[in-house]
Design a binder for this molecule. Structure first.
Ligand SMILES: C[S@@+](CC[C@H](N)C(=O)[O-])C[C@H]1O[C@@H](n2cnc3c(N)ncnc32)[C@H](O)[C@@H]1O
Length: 320
């Protein structure tokens, strides 16, 4: 006779065996269905993968088409602008005006291909020069000789066409722009200079030299060099007009740049592209007065503001 304990162990074992064989039976009976489901899922997965590959291919095709269309639009935009330029040149010619530079030159000096804005801004900026000279008792017509340093494609020079009095000279380090000026603005004389290097003019040749939006694209040593070189070609008592990115441009600076600007330091970005528009210099007022001006006396400053003709600071300096 088994003991009660043996009896209990026996019964538990029997129950367990029955349960396991029941479970295995269940698994066995569901296995084909599960396998079918698995296959279907794999097929569905494969179908979705192919669908997604097709969609990716289509997106790629559309992207290619879009970029081609964008290129077409860009080409058309340039053609329209060029026609606009030709039309303005034609109208200008009828009125006895000067030829209009090609669009790349216009873009280089004014940051846009808008021909009307190019003409208008040149008129406004030569007006600013007349105004700052006038309020300091100077008349441009009284000068014998004047120089546009960094003349570009003659945005300013073209507005001195009817000037009575001074010889007009222009110089720039970009030979293409100078060549265009030489061919099309024959009332003035032009030269090409080096990015850094002496100008081919004798000492004291000019009564007046101006550099609009040029020191804004030079490194600190280049600026010091050019202030000295431009002083050399100025006669004693002659005037230099330059423009700088001043207080008005402070909002464009990064916090770190602004800190240096506030401390009175010159801030120069992209020094590797000196002379080009990517290189941008920002001048605190104290820096111009105490460092950049060197031996030149500060005669006047027209600060750039939201409302002013020109957002840059305009400085009039005099050689002792
Ligand atoms: C923003 S554009 C202004 C052009 C012109 N002053 C105007 O207002 O239309 C700057 C000009 O400075 C010229 N430039 C830059 N560095 C120069 C340098 N070291 N010597 C002469 N010209 C320079 C460039 O070639 C360009 O024509």
């Amino acid at each position: 006779m088994p003991t009660l304990k043996q009896h209990i162990v026996f019964e538990v074992a029997r129950g367990l065996r029955a349960f396991l064989s029941l479970d295995a039976g269940l698994v066995r009976s569901e296995a084909p269905a599960l396998e079918r489901n698995g296959k279907e899922l794999r097929r569905e997965l494969e179908r979705l993968r192919k669908q997604s590959e097709n969609k990716d291919r289509r997106i790629e095709q559309l992207r290619g088409g879009l970029s081609e269309k964008n290129q077409d639009i860009e080409l058309l935009r340039k053609q329209v602008l060029d026609k606009d330029r030709e039309l303005i040149e034609f109208e200008n010619g009828i009125e006895g005006g000067l030829p209009i530079p090609p669009l790349p030159g216009i873009f280089l000096v004014s940051g846009s291909e808008d021909v009307s804005a190019f003409l208008k801004s040149g008129e406004l900026h030569t007006g600013l020069i007349r105004e700052i000279l006038g309020r300091n008792g100077l008349d441009i017509e009284d000068f014998d000789s004047m120089l546009d340093f960094g003349c570009g494609c003659g945005r300013m020079v073209r507005h001195w066409n009817d000037l009575e009095g001074p010889e007009v000279h222009g110089t720039d380090y970009n030979p293409d722009l100078v060549t265009w000026c030489e061919k099309n603005l024959d009332f003035a004389e032009f030269q090409t200079n080096e990015l850094v290097g002496g100008l081919d003019y004798e000492d004291g040749k000019f009564d007046f030299v101006y550099a609009l939006s040029v020191f804004t694209h030079l490194t600190k040593p280049q600026q010091s060099f050019w202030i000295e070189e431009l002083s050399r070609v100025l006669r004693s008592g002659g005037h230099l007009f330059i423009t700088t990115h001043g207080e008005f441009y402070r909002k464009r600076l990064s916090p770190e740049e602004e800190e240096r600007f506030r401390a009175g330091s010159l801030v120069v970005r992209a020094e590797g592209s000196a002379g080009e528009n990517e290189c941008a210099a920002f001048h605190p007022e104290t820096y111009v007065r105490e460092k950049l001006a060197g031996n030149l006396a500060v005669v006047d400053l027209v600060r750039g503001t939201e409302e002013s003709v020109f957002a840059q600071d305009a400085w009039l300096l005099r050689k002792p």
